[in-house]
Design a protein around this ligand. Structure first.
Ligand code: AMP
Length: 282
């Protein structure tokens, strides 16, 4: 695995790979790697000749009160994990390398953002779309891999790729979970022991919702009520939202049929956790 810190060097190296007709899979991350990230790499390795992973904690997507400075980082450990997972090129640019001067153009995401996390994180998806556009242009991958855990991000990237005509196939990868169901996340390290135990309830509440739907419930309000009750009863976290939308448009779901996203966000003392289920309801 080669660790690359500059755009110019990465472009030079990938030019050589492309000349040899090699296909490129791209896995963008913010680092502090866990099995969720490595599942994306595994898919990318299976479907491409070359895998590029980026690790970049993108200041543009953090709000002023968010955890940009405190976001967990450990480059040496990440390099080892990425190498073991058979990443070919690990791109770890500095903030100055990505944003050498104030941007004269930023993207503004118009659809799929005024709900869920986008509602409470103004500008977040503009920052995501801007950095991904830069990374897509630098790397020019054939396929890009994203986790379904960040379902709204996946929906926004789907829009970005379609609207800006990137010749990239978007691949959404199933959420990787701990044994008790908690979705793996770099932010789980912020949880206290008690919170860590309670955090398993997020997935349990989603599975309860799935069960109720399988048993015939079709009213979104009922399902939302059920999930909120479960979270409030079994955790001390503050429930930020429980919402249901059509997927991937993130439009209102009047009743439950077709592709449906049930998404939750809760706030523990130092960690904000999200989780979701995407269900196909006949
Ligand atoms: P992050 O480093 O948190 O920005 O995540 C980088 C990529 O890994 C995103 O596409 C995430 O959706 C994905 N990812 C994060 N956690 C998981 C997980 N538990 N399972 C699958 N993918 C994940």
């Amino acid at each position: 695995m080669r660790v690359v810190t500059t755009k110019a060097e990465l472009q030079q190296l990938l030019k050589i790979e492309k000349k040899q007709q090699k296909t490129i899979g791209f896995v963008p991350t913010m680092g502090y790697l866990h099995e969720g990230h490595l599942a994306l790499v595994k898919h990318a390795c299976q479907e491409n000749d070359i895998v590029v992973m980026s690790i970049f904690v993108n200041p543009l997507q953090f709000g002023p009160k968010e955890d940009f400075d405190a976001y967990p980082r450990n480059q040496k450990r990440d390099e080892q994990l990425a190498a073991d997972a058979e990443v070919d090129y690990l791109f770890v640019p500095s903030v100055e390398e990505m944003y050498p001067y104030p941007l004269s153009i930023k993207l503004s995401v118009e659809q799929r953002v005024n709900v869920l996390c986008g509602n409470n994180r103004p500008g977040h998806f503009d920052g995501v779309a801007t950095v991904l556009t830069k990374l897509f242009h630098i790397i020019m991958p054939d396929r890009a891999y994203f986790g379904r855990k960040d379902a709204q991000q996946l929906a926004v990237v789907d829009g970005l790729i379609q609207d800006l005509d990137f010749p990239i196939k978007l691949v959404g990868v199933e959420t990787v979970r701990e044994a008790d169901g908690l979705a793996k996340s770099s932010r789980n390290v912020y949880l206290t022991d008690t919170e860590r135990k309670e955090a398993a309830v997020l997935y349990k509440s989603l599975k309860q919702a799935e069960k109720a739907i399988l048993e015939g419930e079709r009213k979104p309000a009922q399902i939302i009520h059920l999930v909120k009750n479960c979270l409030n009863k079994h955790t001390n976290a503050q429930v930020e939202y429980v919402e249901i939308y059509q997927y991937p448009t993130l439009k209102e779901a009047a009743s439950l049929h077709g592709m449906i996203l049930i998404a939750i966000a809760v706030r523990f003392k130092k960690a904000r956790l999200i989780d979701n289920l995407i269900l196909e309801i006949p």
